[in-house]
Design a protein around this ligand. Structure first.
Ligand SMILES: Nc1ncnc2c1ncn2[C@@H]1O[C@H](COP(=O)(O)OP(=O)(O)OP(=O)(O)O)[C@@H](O)[C@H]1O
Ligand SMILES: [Mg+2]
Length: 366
């Protein structure tokens, strides 16, 4: 698939701007703080319904403006798709697909698929489990729209259970009501765990191959699912296991006023030739591991949806040595790639389809 047009109105520092990326490599270059990442962000917003930089729509609207607007045209194997997003500071965003208003933002997923690799992706490797869960959840949501709803339902049940746990401190007679929330957590939790397990299995294979290529065969990356409730089961058996685990931790949960086991405590283990990359990896090894996860994501999406998603590389070229840069660009021939950089010489070896200079919220073909 490829994006044929992006139109921005009062989005970040853009007042009104338009760009038609080419199907190959499009370069966005310019000095710092001109709007390169903002443009990439508008694409991510159309992929997932949310920015990769902020959960608050208000920050996306150009300062002192009453609202913002992003419109993206995508050409897919099944024809053209048009995504239209209106941002408002007070109400929820409105999303239209082909002119039809969606009831829920979640329905947006699957019209435009994108994979972003940005410097902050290093956090997937360096930060705590929440960052890795977020990575898995966002990627899975894009290829399995139903997963997003399940996550929301799980989060709602979890909030209710946690609220009840805190109440039980003062009102022990409410204790039996936990059964209902345990059942709900087990229902949605089993679904989440199965999907994460399968997805991480796929990621692990692909990431290992990518990492092997990038590191010149020196290192072996393993990504493994580390569920909070360990189980190899599926379906009803998995649900029962979750219920049992929740029952077992009930007293502890009441004492702490929070649910201490379940998929909201899952993690993704990243090992480099058996060593925990997060704890022992060098900066370069961590960066390569993060990059490999992203490359895996691109492969998986390709396999899942039957066409290549759009690849967005924000500010990463300058961080890679020439060998790795070459590998990246070779690997993605035939994939629409949108690359940002401050210096065009970072892309000296690339086959560039179009280059645009981004200058204080304006886009000009170079
Ligand atoms: N809501 C907003 N309204 C107006 N301007 C904004 C808004 N949010 C951010 N900006 C400004 O937009 C500009 C562009 O930011 P952006 O992150 O896109 O820059 P960039 O070109 O990617 O720079 P760098 O090379 O440093 O990454 C910044 O000056 C920022 O302060
Ligand atoms: Mg930037």
């Amino acid at each position: 698939m490829h994006i044929t047009k992006i139109q921005l109105n009062n989005f970040r520092n853009y007042e009104a701007a338009e760009i038609s990326p080419c199907p190959g490599v499009t370069v966005l270059f310019g000095n710092n703080a001109q709007g390169k990442t903002a443009l990439v962000e508008s694409i991510i917003l159309c992929c997932t319904g949310r920015s990769h930089r902020t959960p608050r729509d208000k920050e996306l609207i150009r300062w002192e403006q009453p609202g913002g607007h992003v419109r993206v045209e995508v050409e897919r194997s099944d024809g053209p798709h048009e995504i239209d997003l209106t941002l408002s500071p007070l109400t929820r965003k409105t999303v239209k697909i082909g002119g039809r208003t969606l009831q829920r933002t979640g329905e947006l997923m699957g019209h435009l698929n994108g994979v972003l690799f940005a410097p902050e992706d290093l956090r997937i490797v360096k930060d705590g489990p929440a960052e890795r869960r977020r990575f898995i959840d966002m990627e899975l949501s894009q290829i399995r729209p139903g997963y997003y709803y399940t996550l929301q339902l799980y989060a709602r049940a979890l909030n209710q259970r946690n609220a009840l746990l805190r109440e039980i401190g003062a009102k022990p007679q409410l204790r039996d009501m936990l059964d209902e929330w345990d059942a709900q957590l087990a229902k949605y939790g089993a679904d989440i765990m199965e999907r994460r397990r399968n997805f991480i299995g796929l990621i692990s294979q692909s990431a290992e191959i990518s990492h092997h290529e990038i590191s010149g065969g020196a290192e072996r990356l393993t990504a493994a699912y580390q569920p909070s409730i360990s189980s190899e089961e599926t379906g009803a058996a998995l649900k029962d296991t979750i219920i049992r685990a929740l029952k077992l931790s009930r007293e502890n949960d009441i004492r702490r006023g929070t649910s201490t086991v379940g998929p909201h405590r899952d993690d993704l283990a990243l090992l480099l030739s058996g060593m925990d990359v997060r704890v022992y990896g060098s900066q370069g090894q961590q960066r390569t591991a993060a990059l490999s996860l992203k490359l895996a994501e691109l492969d998986i999406m390709h396999r899942e949806i039957g066409e290549w998603p759009v690849l967005l590389l924000d500010d990463v070229m300058s961080e890679l040595d020439p060998g790795r840069r070459r590998h990246l660009l070779r690997r993605f021939e035939g994939v629409q790639t949108i690359v940002t950089c401050t210096d065009m010489s970072d892309l000296a070896e690339a086959e560039i389809g179009a280059a645009y200079r981004i200058d204080n919220g304006t886009i000009n073909k170079a």
